[in-house]
Write a protein that binds this ligand. Structure first.
Ligand code: B16
Ligand code: MG
Length: 214
């Protein structure tokens, strides 16, 4: 019954969350703010602009439009520097063999990421060759938990939402998939994630046959 898999990028295929964390931490120094790991969890899956807004709220800092624009640019420059040496070693465990299985079984594969840097990360890691469609932060106007990114992914593959399974590490992404009427497999801990149809801690734990019955 399922024909397509839609993958989030950061935290699902590669662990760029650590780079986002470092880049925001560096930026935070400018307004004396130290981002915690718990706060970083809340930034997963949400857009760059929304992340900055949250951080400024936590820091209790009233920034001007000019400051915000400059800081968004600076954060991305920090981030791009951090990911500049990424390679296939940073693909998370089990991902390639899972993609291989999907390919052998004729599944369509799309990316559904909030990141505007998705394309470059897919290229650097060599993951790009697996994808039939790429929907990233440049192609959506509403960010997760809005279902737009996954709906556009399904549309690009010519599939209905019932035919898609989403793989997500962020609560906002799980909520987005559910809002789009899709089944979703959470990657992470059941202590942090809720509402997924199944939760696994990594792709080493899953076979195609495990989700066909969902
Ligand atoms: P960028 P995903 C998301 O990617 C990240 O989880 C989130 O932390 C980040 O703020 C967002 O991309 C925007 O990223 O600054 O590169 O445009 O998890 O949806 O693949
Ligand atoms: Mg993610």
């Amino acid at each position: 019954k399922y024909k397509a898999c839609l993958f989030d990028l950061d935290g699902v295929l590669v662990d760029t969350a650590i780079y986002h964390f470092q880049a925001w931490k560096t930026l935070g120094k400018q307004f004396d703010f130290e981002l915690s790991h718990e706060q970083n969890e809340e930034l997963k899956g949400i857009s760059r602009v929304e992340s900055l807004e949250k951080i400024l709220q936590w820091a209790n800092y009233q920034a001007t439009h000019e400051q915000k624009d400059r800081w968004l640019k600076e954060k991305n420059e920090n981030y791009l520097a951090l990911i500049s040496n990424m390679n296939s070693n940073e693909i998370l465990p089990g991902v390639i063999s899972f993609l291989q299985q999907l390919k052998e079984q004729g599944f369509l594969i799309a990316l559904g990421s909030a990141s505007k840097n998705a394309q470059i990360i897919l290229e650097k890691t060599g993951l790009i060759t697996w994808f039939h469609a790429i929907i990233d932060g440049n192609k959506v106007s509403k960010s997760k938990p809005d279902p737009e990114v996954f709906q556009k992914g399904a549309e690009a593959l010519g599939c209905s939402s019932e035919e898609c399974i989403v793989f997500e590490d962020a609560q906002a992404g799980i909520d987005a998939a559910k809002a789009g009427g899709m089944k979703v497999i959470g990657i992470g801990s059941p202590l942090v994630l809720s509402g997924a149809d199944k939760i696994i801690s990594s792709f080493t734990e899953i076979q195609v046959s495990d989700f066909m019955t969902l």
